[in-house]
Design a protein around this ligand. Sequence first.
Ligand SMILES: Cc1cc2nc3c(=O)[nH]c(=O)nc-3n(C[C@H](O)[C@H](O)[C@H](O)COP(=O)(O)O)c2cc1C
Length: 259
Amino acid sequence: MKENIIFCYSGTGNCLDMAKNIAKELGDTDIVMMRKYPAVTDVREAKRVGFIFPCYGGGLPGHVERYLHDIKVSPDAYTFGIAQCAAYKGEGLSKLNALIPLDYWAAVSHQCTCIWLFPHDLMIPKMGAEAAQARSEEFASKIAADVKAGVKTKKKLGKALANKVEHAKWPVIARKKGQSLKASDKCVQCGQCAKICPTENIRYAGKAVVFGDKCISCCGCLQYCPQEAISMGKVTEKREHYHNPNVTADELTQEIISY
Ligand SMILES: Cc1cc2nc3c(=O)[nH]c(=O)nc-3n(C[C@H](O)[C@H](O)[C@H](O)COP(=O)(O)O)c2cc1C
C-alpha cells in the first residue's frame, strides 16, 4: 500500500484537482475516488490518510457519508480533511471527524458549480475562474507542506447545527433538481454524460437522453457536456458553464489515481 491515501469525491473537478496537487507534492500517494463505492476501504497500512470533498447543500456530497462508515484507518495514521465550497464549509468535516478523528482540516472556497442556484463566480471573495484556480493551487501547496510536517489544527470543528438542518432536506432537493435535467437538440449522443454520471442515472433511448431518479445533483453531466446541451431548469441555459480546467471527465471516472 502507498504511504499516503487520499479519498476524494469530486463532481466537477475542483476537489480532484486539489487532491492531485497535494498528491504530487507528497509523492507515493493513491487517490481513491468516492464518487462510487471506493475500490479500497481498508487503509490501515497507510501512514497518512486524507479526505477531500465539496460541501453540497450544507453537508457531505452524494453517498460519501455511507462510504465513510466502511473506511478503516490505523489509529497511528496522520489524518486530514479538506472541504471545498463556494461560501461555507457545512457540516461535512464535522461528520467526518466524528467517524475518523482528524489531525488537520481546512476549508477552501472555489468556484460555485451549483449552476441552477448561482453563477460560478459566486464565491468568497467573488473572483474569476483563473484567479480562483491560482488561489486553490496555493492552498494545495500550503496544505501539502502542513501534511508533510504533521501540523495539527488547533481550532475545533463545531457541530454546524444550522447546516445539519439544511442538509437533512438535501437528498430530496437534489433528486428533484435531477428531474429537471434535459438534453437539447445540440446533443450528439457522444455518451460522455452517461459515462461521467456517478449514479448511472443517464441512458439513451433512441435519440432521447433519459435521466432517471437517482441524481445527486453533482452537475458533472451538465458542466462537462462538450456540446453544452444539458440544462437543469431554464436559468442554467443562460449561465456560463464551469468545470475545473485541469481535470478531465475521464479522470473523474477513475477508481484510483496513483502518484
Ligand atoms: C449540488 C451542489 C451543492 C452545493 N452546495 C453548496 C453549499 O451548500 N455551500 C457551499 O458553500 N457551496 C456549495 N456548492 C459548491 C461546491 O462546494 C463547490 O463548487 C466545489 O468547489 C465543487 O467541487 P467539485 O468541483 O470537486 O465538485 C455546491 C455545489 C453543488 C454542485
